[in-house]
Design a protein around this ligand. Structure first.
Ligand SMILES: [Zn+2]
Length: 82
């Protein structure tokens, strides 16, 4: 059974293109602003760096009010428990 995992390194390689796909997260650049009462383009600001990820705050591009926060967790390699 264990040999099956070892003989499947290609499974990890297929994950690498996905990391580049992380940039697609920037598509979420419009959020609803309660002050502007509409979906607005936002600016992303790094709030704090946490051990398990970075916390960002999204600011309305028009009135600069906070429209949301998001924690982008660090990508940890999957640990396979043997
Ligand atoms: Zn606004």
């Amino acid at each position: 059974m264990d040999l099956k995992y070892y003989s499947n390194p290609a499974g990890d390689q297929t994950r690498q293109p996905r990391r580049e796909g992380m940039f697609k997260n920037f598509d979420a650049t419009e959020l609803f602003c309660q002050k502007c009462k509409q979906a607005v383009p936002v600016r992303k600001r790094l709030l704090i760096v946490l051990p398990d990820g970075d916390k960002y705050e999204y600011l309305c591009a028009y009135c600069a009010s906070s429209v949301g926060t998001k924690i982008e967790r660090n990508q940890k390699p999957l640990t396979i428990i043997v």
